[in-house]
Write a protein that binds this ligand. Sequence first.
Ligand SMILES: [Zn+2]
Length: 93
Amino acid sequence: MSTERERAGAGPERTCIGCGKKRPKRSLRRLVLDEQGQLAVDQPQTAPGRGAYLCGEGCLTAAAKRKAFQRAFRGAVKSLELKHLEAALQRTP
Ligand SMILES: [Zn+2]
């Protein structure tokens, strides 16, 4: 279990909530909840509070199907606009 982490070197790893794969945090997209309970892309990955991580747009639908967003944010997600999120993920590098 720990060997993969050691091979990857330093740096935190996070699990993609769509496919469940562990990846270096820097290669994942971070999502946070804004004050309205809407999901937003945290491009600089510095927003405070809970975050959820995705490999990219491809894992968005999978995450929604698994209700992974509600799990990640403890049911605090008020609305899940996949189209909106997908566009936001595509917009940010
Ligand atoms: Zn993924």
